[in-house]
Structure formats: C-alpha cells, structure tokens
Design a binder for this molecule. Structure first.
Ligand SMILES: [Zn+2]
Ligand SMILES: [Zn+2]
Ligand SMILES: [Zn+2]
Length: 153
C-alpha cells in the first residue's frame, strides 16, 4: 500500500463547502472555502502546515499566509465544522467535523500511518454518562499500534 491515508467509507453526502460556511454564518472567503473544500474531499487528517501547502499549491486559497490558515482553523473548530485530532505526538491535525463524520483512528506508532475505523465503539456500548447537565457531549478516542508494513520489517 503506497498511500498512508486510507480512505474510509463515506455514508454521508459530500459536503458542499460553500453551503457549510453559509450555514455556519461565516462569510465565504477564498481561504475558508479552500480549506473546507480540502477537508471535505480528503480525509487527512492534516496539520496546519500541510493544509497551507495544499491550498496554496492548488492556488485555491489565493495568496494566503499560515496565520490566515490558523485563524480559519480556529474559527472552524469553534463552530465544530472541523475536528482537531490529537495523536499524542505534539502535532495538531484537523479533519472534517460534525456528527456525520464521527469516527475513530488507528495510528501506527512507527510510520504514523492513519487508518479510519468504521464503527464507534463508544456508541455501540451506549455508555451512560453521569447526570452532569452537559449537552452536545462529544468524545475522542484514538488507537495506536504497529501497522502490517512496519511489523513485516
Ligand atoms: Zn507503520
Ligand atoms: Zn478521520
Ligand atoms: Zn466515537
């Protein structure tokens, strides 16, 4: 397998980045559109640097500096348009957010390959949350291991 990022089955409809921005009450700007478009079409998850390289190389974002990318990502994250992935390596990565896109990852400790898992083990067990009064509760859960490619070496 040449690719490090494995596509996972998308049960949801493809996200229209422009609609998503409007629905979130955001002005549609070139960088915003380019970032959301990228995350809607490729799983990643991508670091801000990777996002910057991709949206400027494709010219989709126009002339856009890394600070702008960070600002857009912070805004998107605050509105749950995207999710921050924490793989415990001190690097922040982002992918498309929202309930329809909820899934977990398994990450190779050696080559950092990221696979998506098809099911949510937490939802399956319908874990009972104590009555905290919290609403819109979300969770994060990532798995780590050694992938078959690295294991074979
Ligand atoms: Zn590996
Ligand atoms: Zn993912
Ligand atoms: Zn889950």
């Amino acid at each position: 397998m040449a690719t490090k990022h494995h596509a996972h089955s998308h049960k949801h409809e493809k996200v229209d980045a422009e609609d998503a921005l409007r629905n979130a009450g955001l002005k549609v700007t070139k960088p915003r559109l380019a970032i959301l478009d990228l995350l809607a079409s490729e799983h990643g998850p991508f670091t801000p640097d990777e996002i910057h390289v991709r949206v400027t190389q494709s010219k989709a974002a126009g002339a856009c500096d890394l600070v702008t990318i960070y600002r857009c990502l912070a805004k998107f994250e605050g509105l749950s348009l995207i999710n921050r992935c924490d793989f415990g390596d001190g690097t922040v990565r982002y992918e498309l957010g929202g309930k329809d896109h909820h899934h977990h990852h398994i990450i190779c400790r050696l080559c950092k390959r990221v696979d998506s898992l098809p099911d949510c083990p937490v939802e399956d067990k319908s874990i009972k949350l104590p009555k905290t009064g919290f609403r819109n509760v979300s969770h994060r859960l990532e798995f780590f291991g050694i992938c078959p490619d690295c294991y074979a070496d």
